[in-house]
Write a protein that binds this ligand. Sequence first.
Ligand code: HEM
Length: 506
Amino acid sequence: MIVLIFELLLLTALLVSSVYWAFLLPPQYPHNVPAVPFWVALIPFFKDVDQSDIFRKYIEGPLHRHGAVKLFFGAQWNILVHRPSYLLEIFKHEDVYQKSGNQKKIPHSVLADFLGDNIISSRGEAWKCYQSVIKPGLQRPFEVDTLANNASLLCGLIETAQKRAGKGGIPVQVLLQRYSVANCAAVLLQTELPTLQSDEVAINALQMAVKREIFKPIFMNFPILDRLPLPGRKRARNMVTAFKNQLKSALVASHVEKPVAGLESDKLGARLLAAMESSLWTEKQFLDNLTVTFVAGQENPQLLMISMLYLLAKHPQVQDQLLDEIRDKAAAAADHDAPLPEAAALQDLPLMTAVIYESLRLYPPIGQLINRRAAKDTMLGGAIYVPRGTYVGYNCYSTNRDAAAWGPAACEFRPERWGDSSESVQKHFRLRRARGEFISFHGGKRACLGERFAMFEMRVTLWVLVGRFRWSLDPGWEDRKTPVGRFCLSSGLFSSFSYPPSFRVI
Ligand code: HEM
């Protein structure tokens, strides 16, 4: 018996050390960049700790000192880059630091099933083909009316929630999700999804259920588990298929009556359908790109809305100044009956634009992304040796708060740092972006294509929500980014708020 126990212990020790040696031991290269211990990724499994505390304690210091670190994520060691000059090099040399999304990195995963091969994760000819269809549909001018109407419906929902809550706070995340889904569906995809009229729109519930499944930290960190025939993962795969098919049906149904001008149209919904119908894309390419435009088109804006409201609630004097700016513009508008000024006039609100950029800077919706792979051995910044095949990513949260670029108050909310006229705010934005110091929309050839829509949507949203309500944080809400007592180190650190604030609105 004792011999058996001894043998078992020996076998376990052997197994553990082989796993450690094969997967968990940091790679030798690059020599001059430290490794964040692999167990840091496991802390949220064992301890109730906020993700910003983990970042500050274990990652921020070495990342800032060395400009990059080795980080264990997605069952492998990656290089996480912070220094703006390194980032510019990565953005510029797409041929060396090639996009390689989950469909390449972990093709067997549920996450890869969900997003597939799409415009964000692909490269080369496939990317050019996806871009030729999607870009014109995202870079057209957008009309104010639909967004204004949706924002007004959102206000109605907030007022109802407010009545129900009495003096308590209102958790607005679900309402903002319904609002951003409605905006994305109607304005970007020209599709009817009545999420503001009903809280039971199946596709919305399905999307939330899918996201809960795919971003479970255990599967994000150890995607090998997706190879096991676990009943929960089978359910998740079925949900993914159902979601994609429902999204396609909604798009098709909304276009059945209307004449579809195909690739001549500047409307994204019609262009996506035409790409499939003309066989430019296979059905799978259509479903993957439809999914990614829907997810990126609604989730990133929604996260930004939460950050903006959170920061305005924490800085009531900025909220007052913004309200003054909105009221002045409204008073100056020629047509006083119009619910909102035209798009061009909305752009000419310097404080509002600065509030949006400053919120994006402090809480970028995509806080960390590791989706590039070195195509050959290379020297990053002439200093860091990156062996071929290494995954390279960036931590936007960290770069956007770099004290060397933004000064000692880098972590503070100071919209005035962007300037006080529309011209200076825009100039500042372009400069910071060109220097790789503000990378919330990424940079270079692969920068976000939805920026124009996102900025427009934020302006309308702020105009209506700040014009109509006064926002403050519910004193009962604990100020942190991760849900209390729940594991939440998921797709990346700091994907804004996974424990969304609860607000009091007056
Ligand atoms: C606040 C809102 C948004 C932020 C912060 C944001 C951020 C980003 C970032 C960081 C990337 C680069 C990803 C990478 O490094 O691989 C990206 C790419 C992209 N985004 Fe956005 N995004 C936002 C809104 C949107 C919206 C509304 C859409 C509309 C569908 C959209 C569509 C895209 C597309 C198509 C790409 C791929 C561009 C390419 O590789 O050619 N984004 N976005």
